[in-house]
Design a protein around this ligand. Structure first.
Ligand code: DLL
Length: 433
């Protein structure tokens, strides 16, 4: 039997959902206009005041917000509550090295954890379950979000964080983990290790909640088969709270967006025009319950489709498809958001020319990032040991900027193919979308 964490909300009528959204949108817009000078200026520039916003039908009148706004307003410019009312930040990388920082009051954390609890119960989680949270903890939202949701459901929670595979497997076997939460690529890696070590009979897993990056239907089948589980998708982004903005249910076909907290729109990424239900475009969110960091019409850059087709699970909230790509150049490598501009900034700072190429591939279900960088003619004449020392130096500078390892290869001047139009900065052979 299908169980819900908050049935009266998750299965509310369309009218009720609309009524919540109307009321909360009007309140949120007024609040940010009065408390956040950055928003007030943006609204004034578009000639719109809180009096113009009477319901969700007026949403289109409001200006969009992008990662650039977050960068411009960094660090405190979009905060809608004083620091004394905030208890947490989470963070992720931004477009040109400035990080995105999201703020939370205790109430914000509470609502975020409710969303994650809904996701856990949607995959069959109950207080009988042992939930292994193998998303990273710390600034990344994955660990803290699912951890909180698991507590709310009353599951025994293993705050493993990512890495240390032997320890992951030992706890999984010894404590009888039933639900695994991690990125799909780490799930695939764990599945392979379980298979290789012949541990399949010793595990009690029944479900997995895997998100934070794109994964293919083939990958889902492979993980499900190797582990003998159902693998569910979960979506979210730091700016809008973290995991649990939307989650899959028993249908395993699209993710329910928690519409009592977030209003979703699909727009044409080129014109900004709102598209009708069922059309593919960029997903835009407005958060309507957040106290510290409410974002209005935030452009996610994720390309998706929304559907209100009734779902057999009984939930009534709109469903989004799996993201089908991005309208910007952000890549997710080993679960970490990486922009080519960040790589470029490091190279420039270290005195390299802007002739480089980022090669991303997947080997044994694990992402690999290589950066080929042209040397200047002076560097090229150096001896070989200097070259390898320079490579190491760049690798650590990139690690400091991105948080992940990239294999740097310094190549001869003019050896990276020049293109006639836009430079081909990224060659991604993973075929994830
Ligand atoms: O990835 C939050 C999260 C943690 C989601 C754990 C799910 C599980 P960010 O690091 O800010 O936040 O990255 C957000 O990741 O805009 C999408 O492009 C991508 N993304 C997130 N979930 C999925 C998914 C977390 N299920 C960015 N499928 C988003 C495909 C996803 N892409």
């Amino acid at each position: 039997m299908q169980k819900y964490y908050q049935p009266e909300i998750e299965c509310a009528s369309q009218e009720q959902i609309k009524a919540w959204q109307d009321e909360r949108l009007v309140e949120t817009v007024r609040r940010v206009y009065e408390n956040v000078p950055y928003y007030r200026a943006k609204m004034e520039a578009k000639g719109v005041t809180p009096d113009d916003i009477k319901s969700t039908a007026d949403l289109h009148k409001l200006p969009f917000l992008t990662k650039d706004d977050l960068r411009d307003a960094y660090p405190y410019g979009l905060m809608a509550k004083p620091v004394k009312d905030c208890v947490r930040i989470q963070s992720t990388s931004g477009t040109t090295g400035r990080r995105v920082v999201a703020f939370y009051t205790q109430h914000d954390i509470d609502l975020w954890e409710d969303c994650c609890a809904r996701a856990i119960m949607a995959v069959g989680g109950t207080e009988e379950d042992v939930v292994q949270v193998s998303y990273g903890y710390g600034l990344f939202t994955g660990g803290p979000g699912l951890n909180g949701g698991s507590h709310k459901v009353g599951c025994l929670t293993l705050p493993m964080s990512s890495g240390n595979t032997d320890r992951q497997l030992q706890f999984m076997c010894d404590l009888g983990t039933t639900i695994l939460c991690c990125t799909p690529s780490y799930a695939a890696y764990l599945a392979e290790s379980i298979h290789e070590k012949g541990l399949r009979d010793q595990i009690k897993l029944k479900a997995g909640i895997f998100g934070a990056e794109a994964w293919t239907p083939e990958m889902r089948r492979d993980i499900e088969e190797k582990l003998g589980i159902k693998a569910y998708d979960i979506y979210g982004l730091t700016e809008i709270s973290g995991p649990g903005v939307s989650f899959e249910c028993s249908e395993q076909a699209g993710m329910h967006i928690n519409e009592d907290h977030f209003i979703a729109e699909i727009i044409d990424p080129k014109t900004g025009e709102v598209l009708p239900e069922g059309e593919k475009g960029e997903l835009v969110f407005t958060s309507i319950t957040k106290e510290a960091f409410p974002l209005i019409r935030y452009r996610t850059k994720d390309i998706c489709v929304l559907t209100r087709k009734p779902c057999s699970c009984g939930r009534t909230h709109v469903k989004m498809s799996k993201p089908m790509g991005r309208s910007d150049d952000m890549m997710i490598i080993k679960g970490v958001n990486v922009f080519p501009s960040q790589v470029e900034a490091v190279l420039m700072k270290q005195g390299y020319p802007a002739n480089y190429q980022i090669l991303v591939s997947r080997e044994n279900n694990s992402d690999k990032m290589e950066v080929h960088v042209e040397m200047t003619p002076e560097m090229f004449s150096d001896n070989l040991s200097h070259v390898s020392a320079r490579e190491k130096e760049l690798e650590s500078a990139l690690k400091a900027m991105l948080g992940i390892y990239a294999d740097v290869k310094l190549v001869a001047p003019k050896s990276i193919a020049r293109s006639e139009g836009k430079a081909v900065r990224v060659v991604d052979t993973r075929n994830l979308y």
